[in-house]
Write a protein that binds this ligand. Structure first.
Ligand code: NDP
Length: 397
């Protein structure tokens, strides 16, 4: 059905490559390209399909990307490099007539700032070129938006309260490690918290608000209010929402390490002089922390991510909780990666599948909740991320 180019051979890229290879009816030709070609070759070896091509590319360079795109001629690029590369890859897509999908919004390297404005600004150019760009198609953002769209379509006339709840109850047996790229992860959680209420954004201190939430098959876990990028598009696309928040669990041990990292300046993202060399402390820290891709083997337990929604149907208040639990060990057995990479990579593959099947094809730049959620939800059940629903229970929020 179509040619796909995956950019990035990290934890998420590895899962995307496995899942794309498992769906040969949809993905007829596959290439994985990244900064370090040997990592792409290792992924292909692990999958055991020599037909998957590999290439080296610096995705910060539009020219290099254009040369690669013109050579391989993919129909769609799955961008699972880092958020810094989103705009160069979108530029190259426009220059070469290629469709686009990613899992994280653009961030400038020198300031940890999360908003869609930079990518939404490409809407007209993608429209004029007849190309589709699908933004934020991992789990959160990604499935969190699709769950919300599914709830709005089938169960609510008006959604009033939305809480996205993200629990990782896994244990990787390391003193401290992040589950995806440490630089991106630490930038995200050391920011101020932010949520949406009655038409305004309310800012909190980092990790200031927290409460115990009970997760299915896991139990109660201390959950912290964070800003997360999908809140921005969801309140725009579902204007009946009065309050939207995002919660993530952290263990005390993790938070203690994080506090120390910040207190000693290792979370800084500005350059410092070290022996006449410029280094960014957070990037240096990434080099010494465990690689998230190596956590899988000893990772036990599961993740549980979902949406807790309250609103109106036929004039009556109702609640709805939709979620997926994903076992780190099962993810590892299937792809060699832990559950956080798995829950991101599977939806990225499904988004590209939706595009190639013509189900999510419309020129412009879109967030996932702007497409029909039904065929995506159906694929989640088939591709390893089954979902469950609870109606009219206590949401705790
Ligand atoms: P990793 O750091 O494991 O992998 C990133 C990959 O991108 C590496 O292979 C890296 O190459 C490559 N890369 C980085 N810079 C460049 C460049 N300039 N040119 C070419 N390749 C480059 O990250 P993850 O796999 O953990 O995360 C991938 C993406 O997924 C991130 O954007 C992250 O924010 C997003 N994500 C989204 C989630 C969601 O639910 N929506 C959840 C988790 C992650 P090299 O190996 O040489 O360093």
């Amino acid at each position: 059905m179509g040619k796909v180019l995956i950019i990035g051979a990290g934890g998420v890229g590895t899962v995307v490559a496995h899942k794309v290879a498992q769906n040969p009816d949809t993905f007829t030709e596959i290439m994985i390209a990244s900064r370090t070609k040997s990592k792409c070759d290792a992924v292909v070896k692990a999958i055991g399909n020599p037909n998957i091509k590999t290439a080296q590319v610096n995705a910060d360079s539009v020219d290099e990307l254009v040369a690669l795109f013109n050579d391989f001629k993919p129909e769609i690029v799955i961008n699972v490099a880092l958020p810094y590369q989103d705009l160069t890859i979108m530029e190259a897509c426009l220059k070469s007539g290629v469709n686009y999908l990613d899992t994280a919004n653009y961030e400038p390297k020198d300031v940890a700032h999360f908003e869609y404005s930079w990518q939404w600004a490409y809407k007209k150019r993608f429209e004029d070129a007849g190309l589709t760009a699908i933004l934020g198609c991992g789990f959160d953002p990604g499935v969190s938006g699709i769950y919300t769209a599914y709830a709005a379509k089938h169960y609510f006339d008006e959604i009033h309260y939305l809480d996205i709840v993200d629990c990782n109850a896994g244990n990787h047996h390391k003193a401290f490690a992040t589950n995806f790229n440490p630089e991106i992860n630490i930038r995200e959680i050391t920011q101020n918290g932010r949520y949406y209420e009655n038409g305004q954004w309310v800012t909190t201190q980092p990790l200031e608000i927290h409460k115990d939430l009970t997760y299915p098959n896991i139990g109660p876990r201390d959950s912290y209010l964070l800003y997360h990028e999908e809140l921005e598009s969801l309140v725009k696309n579902f204007p009946t929402i009065k309050r939207a928040r995002f919660w993530m669990t952290f263990g005390q041990e993790y938070l203690t390490h994080l506090r120390v990292i910040q207190n000693i300046g290792m979370a800084r993202i500005d350059e410092v002089d070290y022996n006449g060399m410029k280094i960014v402390p957070l990037q240096f820290l990434k080099a010494v922390l465990p690689n998230p891709q190596d956590l899988g083997e000893n990772y036990e337990g599961e993740t549980s991510i979902g949406c807790r929604i309250r609103g109106l149907k036929d004039g009556k208040e109702r609640t709805y909780y939709v979620y997926n639990n994903c076992s780190h060990q099962e993810a590892y057995k299937e792809t060699g990666m832990q559950g956080v990479s798995y829950t991101t990579g599977v939806p990225a593959m499904i988004g590209a599948m939706m595009f190639l099947k013509g189900l999510w094809k419309k020129p412009g730049v879109w967030n996932v909740e702007e497409f029909n959620p039904d065929p995506f939800m159906e694929q989640l059940n088939k591709q390893g991320l089954p979902w469950h629903e609870k109606f009219d229970g206590d949401l705790e929020l």
